[in-house]
Design a protein around this ligand. Structure first.
Ligand code: URA
Length: 479
């Protein structure tokens, strides 16, 4: 039977066009088999377009779960997506619970498509890499090349606008380009890889850094390629070296084993000095720049920005807090809010110069629950701490602090990899998995929350005492 309706949508992800057409067709009781769906400009508009049917008066039922599903599935590259969605909508008129039956082949297929689109979006968040380009007016524009599997670029534009609001950037893809000037998002035609810049000085440093920290003994090729499919590698500066590194991994691993067998046990814990990049400052800058784009857990979705560590890279003390609070999230610097003020005062009392310390957090994005206009701190969970450990480990590999001070249980957990009861370990030196020495004390926010004035005074004095001891120990280690 020939199709009666040829519906042409204005773009491959035209969910509004599809929804409007689907409503009219459904109201006129046009069955799925009588419709051909096509996208303007694709396949040469083989069939031309037909007018939509006159408004019918059938009662249309759309379960709540269907619209978000359709909005995502429309972004899939499968040419049948519009027809499949219409078929589902058609069947839903009589089978209200149909979407709950995941064994139904149509339902299973739609949810699988939804999952693929979400996964693609996740990859885009994680693997878009911007390179710096100078524009005619001298301003910097960050430009990225990305090849999504599906039509997700418009859908994900909001993510990049929120994340890089104050930057000028462009994301070029084969199908479409999007450009942000700090206020307006514009769209352009698709591009080729050659239209995107290939590298900048920060990238070179990052590559060198990545190469220096690459540990062949930790390579799990299967897990690595599942999480970071090879097609994205070529656009990511840090992965340019992977092929070569993997190829030599076996030899490097054997060499490492031989080397470590020759080193006395007491000296094996800290990472070998040879793996420290020569330009630590530049490697740290590159690491920080990379952390600004972190999407390792979901906290980046709501936080304003990554709050990375700060301070000298050969610090007296390496201080680790839990996570940025409201003010840190806005300022982009650790410990600048009320807990930071308390920490500053206590450090001054303990005779420690904060300017000589590197201060960072276990988790680098603010986690909160919104209550009206207020954002209330919410404790990071173990998964979030683990996800963020990647950054803390890299900071420590670069800085190699002789002495670390953990403020509170989350920091202690991130550093030791285990749950820690502060009262049990307070006042004793712990040895961290990387061989560094660590002391644990309470978090300054705990002191701010104590309701009883006497207890607050007592606890604060103990905190200052802990800091004093850590300062003395740091001085002894440095001597
Ligand atoms: N609490 C922390 O643990 N870190 C900060 O940066 C601020 C408050």
């Amino acid at each position: 039977m020939s199709a009666e309706y040829r519906i042409t949508l204005s773009a491959p992800d035209d969910v509004t066009g599809w929804r409007d057409a689907a409503r009219s067709l459904l109201a006129a009781r046009v069955p799925p088999s009588s419709i051909v769906w096509q996208v303007e400009g694709e396949d040469g508009d083989l069939f031309g377009a037909s007018a939509l049917p006159a408004k019918g008066n059938a009662d249309i039922r759309v379960p709540k779960a269907f619209l978000p599903l359709a909005a995502t599935v429309v972004c899939h590259r499968d040419p049948e997506r519009f027809a499949l969605l219409y078929e589902a909508l058609w069947r839903l008129q009589d089978q209200r619970q149909m979407l709950e039956d995941r064994a139904d082949p149509l339902v299973a297929r739609l949810y699988a498509m939804e999952k693929e689109v979400r996964r693609d979006a996740h990859k885009m968040h994680a693997f878009v890499r911007f390179r710096e380009v100078e524009e005619a007016d001298g301003a910097v524009r960050m430009v990225a090349w990305f090849e999504p599997d599906n039509h997700i670029v418009r859908r994900e534009a909001g993510f990049f606008m929120r994340r890089f609001t104050n930057m000028r950037w462009s994301i070029l893809t084969p199908d479409v380009s999007i450009h942000w000037d700090g206020e307006t998002l514009t769209e352009g035609p698709g591009a080729t890889r050659r239209d995107a810049p290939d590298g900048d000085p920060v990238e070179e440093t990052w590559k060198a850094y990545y190469k220096s920290i690459f540990n062949p003994a930790r390579v799990k090729v299967k897990a690595m390629t599942a999480e970071m499919p090879r097609k994205y590698w070529k656009n990511m500066p840090e992965t340019a070296a992977i092929g070569e590194l993997l190829a030599s991994a076996q030899a490097r691993e054997s060499a490492m084993i031989e080397r470590s067998a020759a080193i006395p046990a007491s000296a094996t814990a800290p990472a070998p000095l040879s793996s420290r990049p020569t330009n630590v400052e530049a490697a740290w800058e590159a690491l920080r720049a990379e952390a600004m784009q972190c999407t390792r857990c979901d906290l980046h979705c709501h936080a304003t920005q990554t709050v990375f560590g700060e301070g000298p890279l050969s610090p007296r003390l390496f201080i680790v807090g839990e996570q940025p609070g409201d003010q840190e999230d806005l300022a982009g610097r650790p410990f600048v809010g009320p807990a930071g003020q308390l920490l500053d005062e206590a450090m001054a009392q303990a005779g420690i110069d904060r300017a000589a310390c590197y201060v960072t957090n276990a988790v680098k994005h603010f986690k909160f629950v919104q209550r009206g206009k207020r954002r209330i701190h919410d404790k990071p969970n173990v998964g979030e701490i683990k996800a963020c450990n990647w950054w803390l480990d890299r900071e420590r590999e670069l800085i190699r602090p002789p002495l670390t001070l953990a403020l509170g249980a989350s920091a202690a957990r991130a550093l030791t990899g285990k749950a820690v009861t502060i009262s049990r370990v307070r006042g004793t030196a712990l040895t961290l998995p990387d061989g560094g020495e660590c002391w644990v004390t309470v978090h300054p926010s705990y002191l701010l929350r104590l309701p009883d004035e006497e207890a607050a005074r007592r606890e604060r004095a103990l905190f200052v005492e802990d800091l004093r001891r850590a300062g003395a120990r740091a001085a002894a280690l440095a001597a």
